[in-house]
Design a protein around this ligand. Structure first.
Ligand code: SF4
Length: 325
């Protein structure tokens, strides 16, 4: 890379971070965890930058679904209700294969998904990840129920530098949030935020934008409230029930959050202010049996971790799935 291209890369790397965010992040979070996460973030951005420069499209991240089980019944959950009732979990063998095969593709950033990711049965799997792949970053998405009831059982996991908790919050009050996610959910997720904030953990929030909450979760007051609860980043995804126009209007409101002291990311375009999918992360989605899907929600099987994953990037379904809403 010549110095001009390197200069452009560095500019794009630091652009999403304003001074207010940097001061907050350093003041409120573990320095070791910041360094761990930022170095993986920078490597990931470099992968995307180089792929764009060379006209390539290769996976840069992986979703690993430890289970489809979840006691809750949220509106718009992409896991079918029957699958959410089955107490089945990924085996350590499949988990190791998923990690080994994806790391061979250069992946080092993972979103750990369910079902619900924090359950008594998933704790050994999460412990296995942090003990055996400590150099990676694992974004662990949770509804906060187990974290609230058994914080001590999770202490060693959530305090690990490679773990980055992502709390699902869909409203500014129980009126909106619990109507979507079920009774008691709001209380638990706020308690979870307080636990993470008190322990100086770098954590974030994911909000799924839908007609019931689109104005609320993209409002300045919602994001200010997340900041006061210690969240370092906000990420947004969209349900299929949102019209193209409603998505675009939500994106306009999200772009207006750019100067808040918080990192903001969308599932459509990556960093706030981007309007081009080519700047976005490129995920592979892996379920508890090791199946690799074209996209997390569409779930057409295009491979398995027992086989060769190196050619998946040329699979037309994966390329199309990369553009999944
Ligand atoms: S908590 Fe997550 S996995 Fe469970 S029902 Fe809600 S959206 Fe689905």
């Amino acid at each position: 890379m010549n110095s001009f291209a390197m200069g452009k890369f560095v500019k794009s790397l630091v652009n999403p971070f304003n001074l207010g965010f940097i001061i907050r992040a350093i003041g409120e979070n573990s320095t070791r965890q910041i360094i761990h996460n930022f170095s993986n973030y920078a490597s990931h951005e470099y992968q995307i930058y180089m792929q764009n420069l060379q006209g390539m499209l290769e996976p840069t991240t992986a979703y690993i679904e430890l289970t489809t089980y979840c006691p809750r019944n949220c509106i718009d959950c992409y896991i079918p209700k029957s699958a959410r009732k089955k107490k089945q979990f990924m085996s350590v063998d499949i988990l190791d294969k998923a990690m080994t095969k994806t790391r061979a593709l250069g992946i080092n950033i993972y979103a750990i998904l369910g079902g619900e990711t924090l359950l008594p049965e998933t704790v050994p799997l999460l412990r296995h990840l942090v003990e055996n792949y400590p150099e990676s970053t694992f974004f662990v998405c949770t509804n906060g129920d187990y974290l609230t009831s058994r914080p001590l059982a999770l202490e060693k996991i959530i305090s690990h530098d490679s773990i980055n908790m992502v709390l699902s919050i869909d409203g500014l009050s129980p009126v909106t949030h619990d109507a979507i996610r079920g009774k008691g959910s709001f209380t638990n997720i706020i308690k979870s935020a307080n636990i993470l904030h008190e322990q100086r953990r770098l954590y974030g929030v994911i909000s799924t934008i839908r007609p019931e909450n689109d104005f609320e979760v993209t409002s300045s007051s919602f994001v200010d409230w997340m900041i006061s609860n210690g969240a370092a980043y906000m990420s947004y995804t969209f349900t299929d029930r949102m019209s193209v126009q409603a998505v675009n209007e939500s994106l306009d409101r999200i772009n207006a959050l750019k100067n808040k002291p918080i990192f903001v990311y969308t599932s459509l375009y990556g960093h706030v202010g981007n309007n081009n999918r080519s700047r976005n992360y490129r995920p592979l989605a892996i379920d508890m049996r090791g199946n690799v899907f074209d996209a997390r929600r569409r779930r057409d099987v295009i491979g398995n971790v027992n086989g060769d994953l190196s050619r998946l990037s040329s699979d037309p379904k994966w390329i199309e799935g990369f553009y999944e809403k």
